[in-house]
Design a protein around this ligand. Structure first.
Ligand code: AR6
Length: 186
């Protein structure tokens, strides 16, 4: 057996729309009622089609903050959607950091359980839920980097940013892990 690829070398960055990605699973930034909404949640439901809502309604009674549930991707190119419920930002002293980290921990655990090798995450909680983007990127990268040590079968995790400014936060965090300019990020 070859040595597993180091976690830092399984991290990638993409600037653009998550809904078009051909990965095994894209992550949704959902709400705890799994009721759909705006932002990336709205875009994913539009691209997946109405079967997605029918599926989550039939299979789940919502999802707690900091947790995640899985569905098929229906009309998406991605085979699955991992619906994470990030925290609403309330100033940072109400457990928001731990809840946000929990989303990444639970999503990767569910991915591994379901044989998913490639996963793309949006910047959970940093839109409508108001979590500071730099702080969220630090939590996302450090949590995924740590969790990937447990899951050799997860070959690539892509962080997807909607803007170049948002991506800069990830570039900083990835550089701190030794991902330099010459690495195949993006
Ligand atoms: N592809 C990639 N990233 C995107 C896309 C896209 N198509 N669209 C938005 N983003 P948000 P939240 C970025 O607001 O803060 C919904 O109503 C966006 O720029 O989608 O977790 C849910 O139903 C931002 O950086 O999610 C919940 O009620 C990031 O995705 C609530 O919003 C997350 O922004 C969740 O709020």
């Amino acid at each position: 057996m070859p040595d597993p690829v180091a976690p830092a070398d399984r991290l990638d960055l993409f600037v653009g729309d998550i809904t078009g990605l051909s990965v095994d699973a894209i992550v949704n930034a959902a709400n705890s009622a799994l009721a759909g909404g705006g932002g990336v949640d709205g875009a994913i439901h539009r691209a997946a089609g109405p079967e997605l809502m029918r599926y989550t309604d039939a299979n789940y009674d919502g999802c707690p903050t900091g947790d995640c549930v899985i569905s098929p991707g229906f009309g998406l190119r991605a085979g699955h959607v991992l619906h994470c419920v990030g925290p609403v930002w309330r100033g940072g002293s109400e457990g928001e950091d731990g809840q946000l980290a929990g989303c990444y921990v639970r999503a990767l655990a569910l991915a591994a359980e379901n044989g998913i090798a490639t996963v793309a995450f949006p910047a959970i909680s940093t839109g409508i839920y108001g979590f500071p983007a730099d702080r969220a990127a630090a939590i996302a990268v450090s949590t995924v980097h740590k969790e990937l040590k447990k899951y050799d079968g997860i070959e690539c995790v892509t962080f997807v940013c909607f803007s170049d400014a948002a991506a800069d936060h990830y570039r900083q965090e990835l550089a701190a892990l030794g991902r330099g300019r010459d690495d195949p990020v993006e």
